[in-house]
Design a protein around this ligand. Structure first.
Ligand code: SF4
Ligand code: SF4
Length: 74
């Protein structure tokens, strides 16, 4: 399985959480803290004990309306 990671720009994120809903690996969560605009941004969750994590599929980046996500593939 391909491995990847993402970087979410907390300050660009408007907290719509489309990426949380669409990630097929469920590896994006809602942050506990707000950003400077007052939104709860999305953040990458560490892989669980089952080792399932980001594959670098880029679905999150495609659905993000604010172009706040960069995807990296290993
Ligand atoms: S889709 Fe983009 S703007 Fe929406 S929560 Fe995710 S990173 Fe933030
Ligand atoms: S690149 Fe794919 S697997 Fe990784 S966080 Fe985004 S939607 Fe999820």
């Amino acid at each position: 399985m391909a491995k990847g990671t993402i970087q979410i720009d907390r300050e660009k994120c408007k907290g719509c959480h489309l990426c949380v809903a669409f990630c097929p690996r469920h590896c994006i969560v809602v942050s506990q803290g707000i950003n400077d605009k007052g939104y709860f941004p999305a953040e990458l969750k560490e892989p669980g004990e089952d080792g399932k994590g980001c594959t670098g599929c880029a679905v999150c980046a495609l659905v993000c309306p604010d172009i706040a996500i960069e995807v990296y593939r290993e």
